[in-house]
Write a protein that binds this ligand. Structure first.
Ligand code: PMP
Length: 434
């Protein structure tokens, strides 16, 4: 660890002067992290925190094999896509092999935002339309084009509101569904909200370019879509001439345990899949995968060039990440550990009535905290106190959802049984004391 660097207060002050004013800092007592090691983040005093939040270090922080491949490729060559190299093709083949058949053409970029922006451009090129249907409280990235389709941004302070070409459909949160909806019909009932937007569009003589949604909405509060939902929505959007885009930036790469891609849990195949965050285990890499037909529509004569997207180093890292997920059976691990955590959190909920809902899949987990189970009024402050208490006890987690009352857990895919025991002990204490 490092005791030679700047003090926490000094950095906080310097950030205010030197960096953008609207960066945020986690926790009231900010953490100065100097090293990462697997599931651990280590602060300047040498204290190790169990990281249950960061879904970028998919294989764990500072994974030695990723560092090795990064260093080796960087020492050899790093060029852009205008020169030929093997790695980008090896990677495209390996990545598309994890996806269903029509999804065979890759676009490599550097951030999830770039992948989603490219997806919007492709949907526009393919359909000749601009109108998009997005889910309430969705977040798809920080570019202008994505703030426009992200209610999580445009609805909040500083946002400019919903633009005219964006149609907001209900967040399909089964836990907060109207009480008179039969559970078996949640998928169909929530899909009606998308049909309503399509009808409103048609009434104005408009047609959609597409629909975009996370296959398990994360910023929406760790939502597991009700069965049948995406099947209904994808069918209706396609019938109206639009493309369907699955944002797998948070939930892809086996995180949900049951499948490599979260859309697979709904039994659908999107037209475009976007990926980011865990794809490079921390290296700035992101991707889009689509069909040959859509890629053809996008190839309208204008060159697509991305200075860093698809460079040799990024592709070597992406390839290694896929190899390790498969070799170390990390999807299966996420499923096993996730199932155990869900069962134990359900038992915790028997003792703490403020846990209204335990949900998730694999290592994508949420605890929806309520004032009481009848009203389901969000217990936002309590959720914040528990996350704060957990930090004091050495475990990092976060909150999210429209009311910021859902405790959000997305640990690395190497999370072990011992790590799960540790997390549960800390949750027990945090619920008892916070
Ligand atoms: N889509 C989703 C679902 C995300 O969570 C994020 C990032 N939080 C993005 C897109 C944008 O990714 P990036 O920050 O890499 O641009």
């Amino acid at each position: 660890f490092d005791q030679t660097g700047r003090e926490v207060e000094e950095i906080v002050t310097a950030r205010r002067q030197q960096l953008l004013r609207n960066l945020s800092i986690s926790y009231r007592q900010p953490l100065k992290i100097v090293r990462g090691d697997g599931v651990w983040l280590i602060d300047a005093q040498g204290r190790a925190y169990l990281d249950c939040y960061n879904n970028v270090a998919h294989l764990g922080h500072s994974h030695p094999e990723i560092i090795e491949v990064l260093a080796r490729q960087a020492a050899l060559l790093n060029t852009n896509t205008r020169y030929l190299h093997d790695t980008i093709i090896d990677y495209a083949e390996r990545l598309t092999a994890t996806l269903p058949a029509p999804l065979r053409v890759c676009g490599f970029v550097c951030t999830g935002s770039e992948a989603n922006d490219l997806a919007l451009r492709m949907a526009g090129a393919h359909t000749g339309k601009r109108d998009m249907v997005a889910l309430d409280w969705a977040y798809h990235g920080h570019l202008s084009s994505l703030i426009e389709i992200s209610p999580y941004k445009y609805k909040r302070k500083g946002g400019a509101g919903k633009p005219d070409h964006v149609w907001e459909a209900a967040l399909p949160d089964s836990y907060r569904a109207p009480a008179d909806w039969p559970v078996a019909e949640h998928g169909i009932r929530f899909a009606q909200s998308v049909r309503d937007r399509l009808a409103a569009m048609a009434a104005q003589g408009r047609k959609p370019a597409g629909f975009i949604a996370e296959s398990m909405p994360s910023v929406g509060g760790q939502i597991v879509l009700p069965p049948g939902y995406l099947k209904e929505v994808y069918r209706d959007i396609r019938a109206a001439g639009g493309l369907v885009i699955a944002d797998e930036v948070q939930v892809g790469f086996g995180r949900i345990g049951t499948h490599m891609w979260a859309f697979e849990s709904q039994g659908v195949v999107p037209d475009i899949v976007t990926m980011g965050k865990p794809i490079g285990n921390g290296h700035p890499l992101a991707a889009l995968v689509t069909t040959a037909e859509i890629a053809d529509s996008f190839a309208n004569g204008m060159e697509y060039f991305n200075t860093f997207g698809g460079n040799a180093v990024s592709c070597a890292i992406g390839l290694k990440v896929l190899e390790i997920i498969e070799r170390d059976h990390l999807r299966q691990n996420a499923l096993n550990i996730g199932n155990d955590l869900i069962a134990r959190m359900q038992r915790l909920a028997e003792r703490y009535p403020e846990i209204g809902d335990v949900r998730g899949s694999g290592l994508f987990l949420g605890l929806d905290l309520v004032e009481d189970r009848a009203s389901k009024n969000p217990a936002t402050e309590r959720a914040g106190r528990i996350v704060q208490k957990a930090r004091e006890l050495g475990v990092l987690m976060g909150t999210d959802g429209p009311y910021d009352n859902v405790i959000k857990l997305r640990p690395a895919m190497i999370f072990s049984q011992a790590n799960a025991d540790h997390l549960m002990q800390v949750l027990e204490t945090a619920f008892a004391e916070a």
